[in-house]
Write a protein that binds this ligand. Sequence first.
Ligand SMILES: [Zn+2]
Length: 167
Amino acid sequence: MTRLAIRTYPDPVLAKKAESVGEITPELSQLMQDMVQTMYESDGVGLAAPQVGHSIRLITIDETGPKERKSPMIILNPVLSDGSGTKESEESCLSLPTFTCKVTRSEFITVRGQNEKGEDIEIKAEGLLAIILQHECDHLEGKTLVDHASRLKRTMYASKVKKWQKD
Ligand SMILES: [Zn+2]
């Protein structure tokens, strides 16, 4: 397995709406495994394909984190529905180094999609898992935490990133 490079803001691939996944090719299966590995090695609990430069509807999640690695999930073409309740969450993102932002999420959600074998799945999620799912699905719409932040916060982060790129 290969650790993939994580794309960071303002890489345009992060702002693009991702394409649906069709046939599961050997290359796609490899990408799924590499994404799980990359997620763990980057100390993340979720990763969306655009974050590794592929604008396709594929996410990987493990709410137990890189130390436990107890519940890896691979979801193709995830669709969220039945959102209910609200929960404030303080989030960060592998594509936005040092950035954190409070986001209002649904407390309970249902997600439908396919697993790594292309079989239909349905997951009813709450708590941390529900939050990660919403965060990763945002990525597939070309949306990141920066888009949830205030204009001022966004501008400040953008100039910080510009400064890093110069140094
Ligand atoms: Zn993210």
